[in-house]
Design a protein around this ligand. Structure first.
Ligand code: SAH
Length: 216
C-alpha cells in the first residue's frame, strides 16, 4: 500500500528547521516556501525526500537545489512584487515557482529541452504564469531585457558579460562562480553604471554549460 505523506507538515518543518535557524528572515521568501509544493517538482520515486535538507536528482544528470540554497539566493536578490527576473537554469522549476509566488514577473532559460518541458507543465498546472525558453542562458534573454534581477542556478567560471549587460540600473545578479567542483555564491549590484561584487561563501552547483560558461 502506498504510504500517505503529509507534505504540508513537512513543508512547515523545512521552513522552521532549515531556513529560519540559518538566518532566512524575509517574510515574502518564507511565505513563498510555505506555499510552493516542492514535492511536485521532484520525481515520483523520491517524493518522500522532497523536503530533506539536500539537493535531489531530477533526471538528465541535473538536480533540484537544496531548499536553503534556493531561499538564500532568493533573499540575496531582494526582490519586490512586480519586478522582472531572469532565471538561468529552470531545472525542476521550483526556484521559478518561488519567484512567481513572491509576485515577480519571471523569465527562465533552460538548456535541456526535456527539463524545460516538464517544468513548464508543472508550473502551468499550479497556475504560475512564467515565460520559459530553451536555449543557452549564458547569453541571457535579450528580447525582454533589462531585468531587475538575474539568478543563475548553475555554476560557471565567470559572470557572463551578456548577463551584466541585461541588468537594469540598481539591478542585482546572483550566481555561483568558481571551478567545476566548488564555487562561491556571488552577488553583483549595478549602481550608477558600476558593478559592486559581494561574496556569500562556498556552494556546490551543477555546471553552467554554454558559450560563456563551461565548454562542452
Ligand atoms: N533552479 C533549479 C536548478 C536546476 S540545476 C532547480 O532548483 O530545480 C541547474 C540547471 O541549469 C540544469 O537544469 C541545467 O540543465 C541548466 N543549465 C546549465 N547550463 C545552462 C545554460 N547555459 N543555459 C540554461 N540552462 C543551463
Amino acid at each position: 500500500m502506498e504510504e500517505k505523506i503529509n507534505f504540508e507538515i513537512l513543508r512547515k518543518q523545512m521552513v522552521e528547521t532549515q531556513l529560519i535557524p540559518r538566518g532566512i528572515k524575509d517574510r515574502k521568501v518564507i511565505d513563498a516556501f510555505l506555499k510552493v509544493p516542492r514535492e511536485k517538482f521532484v520525481p515520483d520515486d523520491i517524493k518522500k525526500f522532497a523536503y530533506d535538507d539536500t539537493p535531489l536528482p531530477i533526471g538528465e544528470g541535473q538536480t533540484i537545489s537544496q531548499p536553503y540554497i534556493v531561499a538564500l539566493m532568493t533573499s540575496l536578490l531582494e526582490v519586490k512584487d512586480g519586478e522582472k527576473i531572469l532565471e538561468i537554469g529552470t531545472g525542476s522549476g521550483y526556484q521559478t515557482a518561488i519567484l512567481c509566488e513572491i509576485g515577480c514577473d519571471v523569465y527562465s532559460v533552460e538548456k535541456i529541452p526535456a527539463l524545460a518541458m516538464r517544468a513548464k507543465n508543472i508550473l502551468q498546472q499550479l497556475n504560475y504564469k512564467v515565460k520559459i525558453t530553451i536555449g543557452d542562458g549564458t547569453l541571457g534573454w535579450e528580447e525582454y531585457a533589462p531585468y531587475d534581477g538575474i539568478i543563475v542556478t548553475a555554476g560557471g567560471p565567470k559572470i557572463p558579460e551578456a548577463l551584466l549587460s541585461q541588468l537594469n540600473e540598481n539591478g542585482k545578479l546572483v550566481m555561483p562562480v568558481g571551478d567545476i567542483f566548488s564555487q562561491d555564491l556571488i552577488r553583483v549590484k549595478k549602481s550608477k553604471g558600476k558593478f559592486i561584487k559581494e561574496n556569500f561563501g562556498a556552494c556546490q552547483f551543477v555546471p553552467l554549460k554554454g558559450e560563456n560558461g563551461w565548454q562542452e
